[in-house]
Design a protein around this ligand. Structure first.
Ligand code: ADP
Ligand code: MG
Ligand code: ZN
Length: 627
């Protein structure tokens, strides 16, 4: 992976070098100089030296503080052998030498003495500082000051260093790719946009479950545009000391601006971007807030310089992000990176299968069919598991049976994390979602049906039907609310008609339908029987929406019963309408469900075309489509 550590900023490099130079001098003074200044002199015990002096065998003596050197008379004068000995405190030595007629002198002070002295004073503190710095770095803090603090941990990925990642390496997330193509264009030819005064977006937030390829997409954008890629992970900031995180953010942007155009990628944005108000109860986290503030001010700051730095960030928890992050000029674009549907999974398998040797019998389409709910990372893992199994079984290439076994393993691991539906469940969910879509396409009030999917999304929903409002709505009339309730009941109604039984899957729908009906009666005054009275205990502001139902006013037993009856009547009516709509379009229900089971998701034009065939039964038409 072409990722390398960014070099230290200059002042730290200088400091480190001084440290190295002094270290080298120290080594030279203590170990290398003695070797250069002369050959080693053999040492003898002091007693032997005294004995030899007394015997008259010694010709010359040089007395130093730490060493006595002496030359023997034997042999010719010049090459006379020199020995050394370590002196002991012996005041009688000069007398003895004089008595025996030995030439003696004190040794000159060592030439490198002053260096040794200076180093002796300088080195120990430096060693201490070095050790301190070492621990400070490992501990990630603890030492405020000029040493390791502020060193950027940003990884930089420079295009062209190794096989670069492009959009061809990412599959199954076509919509996300289509949106990011535009970002690539901004990075490649910023001039085209700035010339007519357009503001290039600064921040793009990639939102999706883990392992769907958010990091991969960010790298691919850098690869496609051929720009440097700086990356840092939000979780790295979390355990740091106050001030470190924000200085790191500043550093990161400083480097990025120098290399513009480029991409700054912040992974796990939620770790620093948590809503500042959300944990006020516990007193907040100063460091995270400072880091977040620094990030916000950096993002606000770099527009003036017209440097194209685009910040990509990834999160799987967009709902907890601080709203300040999502304001225009910051992460104002959001790109959904969802779990892939059938054809997407096949394409992802194709990419990863190229790295292993495949047997002839391998059918990637069949594998994709068996792996609903798998994200890209799960599929990459699956291919690898299969290859490992093949190798263990002594095969030369990966066979279909290896994949079958690997799926079982990976599914067993995944079942705990997210839901993988079996065939029967898949069928039920498909009918259920198409039921919502059929009713929703006919009823007023809930917008146009844009996507139906049976790819499980998180823990809450097994499948989902996505309706987008066609316009901003502030007021709803009674017919629209009734329409919404019918749409909510469409899923369960389809299950009733097709399977003649009811599953637990619709509980959330029923909850929402009943809540709406109750609000109609008790808050909006839409019941003829009960009249325009508000039966809810008043004015709790909407933003305090903590999921608790508002308390009811005190009321008579009769009124309470009347409310219950009215709520039941609204829900029952809507249920009948949903049932009727689905019965009336039974063939279409089958057609769309079969298609959905095959492709796992239907959206856009294709879906609109299918749903335009929905016909209203006479009763439903009389109520809703009067015009
Ligand atoms: P995320 O950042 O969304 O958690 P990653 O980008 O880190 O996921 O994905 C991890 C790995 O899984 C990637 O390196 C790649 O090998 C594989 N992968 C994930 N999604 C895809 C995809 N859509 N296409 C191809 N490979 C994918
Ligand atoms: Mg990631
Ligand atoms: Zn439903």
């Amino acid at each position: 992976m072409p990722i390398k550590d960014q070099p230290n900023p200059p002042r730290f490099r200088l400091f480190n070098n001084i440290f190295l130079i002094i270290g080298a001098l120290f080594l030279a003074a203590n170990f290398i100089l003695p070797l250069v200044t002369g050959p080693q002199i053999p040492g003898v015990p002091y007693s032997l030296f005294i004995h030899q002096v007394q015997e008259g065998e010694v010709s010359r003596v040089q007395v130093g503080q730490n060493q006595i050197r002496f030359q023997l008379k034997t042999g010719d004068e010049e090459a006379g052998q020199v020995f050394s000995t370590t002196p002991i405190f012996d005041l009688s030595l000069p007398n003895l030498l004089e008595e025996k007629g030995v030439e003696f002198a004190a040794a000159p002070p060592p030439k490198n003495g002053w260096i040794g002295n200076v180093l002796g004073w300088v080195i120990p503190p430096l060693i201490f500082v070095g050790i301190w710095q070492f621990f400070a770095r490992r501990g990630g803090g603890g030492a405020q000051g000029m040493l390791s603090i502020g060193k950027s941990k940003a990884k930089v990925y420079v295009e062209g260093e190794a096989a670069k990642i492009t959009f061809a390496d990412v599959a199954g997330v076509e919509e996300a790719k289509a949106e990011l193509v535009e970002i690539v264009d901004f990075l490649k030819t910023p001039g085209r946009y700035t010339q007519i005064g357009a503001r290039i977006p600064k921040g793009v937030l990639l939102v999706g479950p883990p392992g769907t390829g958010k990091t991969l997409l960010a790298k691919a954008v850098a690869g496609e545009a051929g720009v440097p890629f700086f990356s840092i992970s939000g979780s790295e900031f979390v355990e740091m000391f106050v001030g470190v995180g924000s200085s790191r953010v500043r550093d990161l942007f400083e480097q990025a601006k120098k290399q513009a155009p480029c991409i700054v990628f912040i992974d796990e944005l939620d770790a620093i971007g948590k809503s500042r108000s959300s944990n006020g109860f516990y007193g907040g986290n100063d460091e995270r807030e400072q880091t977040l503030n620094q990030l916000l001010s950096e993002m606000d700051g770099f527009s003036a310089e017209a440097a194209t730095v685009i910040v990509l960030a990834a999160t799987n928890r967009p709902e907890i992000l601080d709203p300040a992050l999502l304001r225009p000029g910051r992460f104002d674009r959001q790109v959904l990176v969802d779990r892939p549907a059938l054809s997407g999974r096949e394409a992802i398998l194709n990419i990863h299968a190229q790295k292993v040797k495949l047997g002839e019998d391998v059918d990637l389409r069949a594998i994709a069919t068996r792996t609903p709910g798998f994200a890209g990372a799960d599929l990459a893992n699956l291919v690898n598991e299969a290859a490992l199994l093949a190798a263990r079984n002594g095969r030369q290439a990966v066979a279909q049976t290896d994949f079958a076994e690997a799926i079982e393993r990976v599914v067993a691991g995944l079942e705990k994390k997210s839901r993988v539906l079996n065939d029967k469940e898949k069928k039920i969910v498909a009918y259920h979602e198409v039921g919502h879509a059929l009713v929703g396409s006919l009823m007023p009030g809930s917008g146009r049906v844009e996507k139906i999917s049976i790819v499980s999304r998180g823990m809450a929903a097994l499948g989902y039907t996505l309706q987008l409002p066609t316009e901003d709505r502030f007021l709803m009339d009674e017919a629209e609310l009734r329409g919404q309730i019918a749409t909510l009941l469409g899923g369960r109604s389809a299950e009733e008609i097709v399977f003649n039984s009811i599953t637990t899957g619709a509980s959330n729908d029923l909850q929402r339908a009943t809540d709406l009906a109750e609000q109609m009666v008790t808050t909006f005054g839409m019941s003829k029987v009960l009249g325009p009275l508000a039966y809810q205990q008043g004015a709790r502001p909407m933003f305090l929406n903590d999921g608790m139902p508002n308390a009811r006013r005190s009321m008579s037993e009769e009124t309470a019963q009347a409310i219950d009856r009215e709520v039941k009547e609204i829900v029952e009516t809507a249920h009948q309408q949903a049932l009727e709509t689905i019965r009336h379009n039974r063939d279409l229900l089958e057609t769309i469900t079969m298609q959905l089971l095959e492709t796992e998701a239907i959206e856009g034009e294709k879906l609109h075309q299918l749903l335009s065939q929905v016909q209203a039964s006479t009763v439903v038409r009389d109520i809703y489509l009067k015009d």
